[in-house]
Design a protein around this ligand. Structure first.
Ligand code: ACO
Length: 276
């Protein structure tokens, strides 16, 4: 069945890799209330869509996302508290709740401008690859607000506080290479290689056991807020839970292929899976 078509976003498939693209290029993919509602619906659908095994969050045109739409999200809801609350809640649901709990690997493919509120979905994706000449910025200070929603929290979670303070208080833009140094993205590549490198990472993820990948990414996020004692207890329970959920029984298969069959070296890469 064909995917639903939307006004502000689009779903494009490359086999098991699904590109979910903000599609308001004329407005540099700024996020309007309507875009938030569409993204929330699409993310909920794709989370359980069997054909989607890796999700790429992309931007149409020259921008990845120019943050919240100053006109449609801020100005036009300033006298409409119901709409402001509804769009704010929806915005957090897809950019953070649904993205950080997405059961399959997620990659932010940052082709161009990434401003303000867009940092939330940037930090929510498991991986981020940027064009070297992409432009990032905490522009809030330039027009009179602080990095709100959860952006200030995202910054100090992902970057060293020294960098977070500097870029949030100066609003100074920076490029993809600097974003790597700051810990915001994994790689910066020439723009013409961005899609190819994103596909390579997606294909690498497809070779791994999906249950183990899912439980691992959940664990990495969860332990950040825990004490060592709680993390140890949680990880023990999480491993037991993974063992029950993993249809491939990856740990037994992996051990057998290494110790008995001597067919691979886990230190150097994954074993060849039956599927994928
Ligand atoms: N909100 C509303 N409209 C926007 C936004 C935005 N965040 N970003 C761009 N647009 C619109 C412009 O108003 C313009 O619309 P128009 O053609 O109807 O006049 C169109 O997109 C193109 O924008 P330009 O500024 O002409 O494009 P340019 O390529 O020269 O610059 C840039 C792009 C740098 C992204 C610039 O538009 C900009 O600074 N945008 C604001 C970025 C920002 O500060 N975002 C808010 C962060 S704070 C937050 O998200 C909470």
């Amino acid at each position: 069945m064909a995917d639903k078509t939307y006004e502000n976003i689009k779903i494009v498939r490359e086999g098991p890799i699904t590109f979910l693209t903000l599609n308001r290029p004329g407005k540099r993919n700024a996020m309007s209330p309507a875009l938030h509602y569409e993204m929330e619906e699409a993310m909920l659908f794709l989370a359980t869509d069997k054909a989607t095994r890796v999700l790429v969050l992309a931007g149409e045109g020259e921008a990845w996302c120019a943050g919240q739409d100053l006109k449609l999200y801020f100005r036009e809801t300033s006298n409409n508290p119901e709409e402001r609350r509804r769009s704010n809640a929806s915005s957090h649901r897809w950019r953070w709740d649904l993205m950080t709990t997405f059961p399959k690997p997620t990659i932010a493919m940052v082709n161009g401008y990434c401003f303000g509120a867009a940092f939330t979905q940037l930090c929510a994706c498991d991986f981020a690859i940027a064009a070297e000449d992409a432009t990032f910025g905490l522009s809030e200070v330039n027009w009179g607000i602080l990095p709100g929603g959860i952006v200030s929290w995202n910054l100090t979670d992902m970057m060293l506080p020294r960098h977070a303070l500097y870029y949030a208080t100066t609003g100074e833009p920076f490029d993809g290479k600097r974003a790597v140094e700051l810990g915001l993205v994994n790689f910066a590549v020439p723009k013409e290689k961005l899609r190819e490198e994103t596909m390579k990472l997606a294909e690498k993820m497809l070779k791994l056991n999906p249950s183990v990948v899912r439980y691992t990414k959940e664990a990495i996020r969860a332990v950040r807020g825990m004490t060592q004692e709680k993390a140890r207890d949680y990880l023990g329970a999480k491993q037991d839970s993974l063992h029950r959920a993993d249809k491939e029984i990856g740990d037994k298969v992996g051990m057998k292929k290494f110790l008995d069959d001597k067919s691979y070296r886990p230190g150097l890469g994954p074993y060849q899976r039956e599927e994928g």
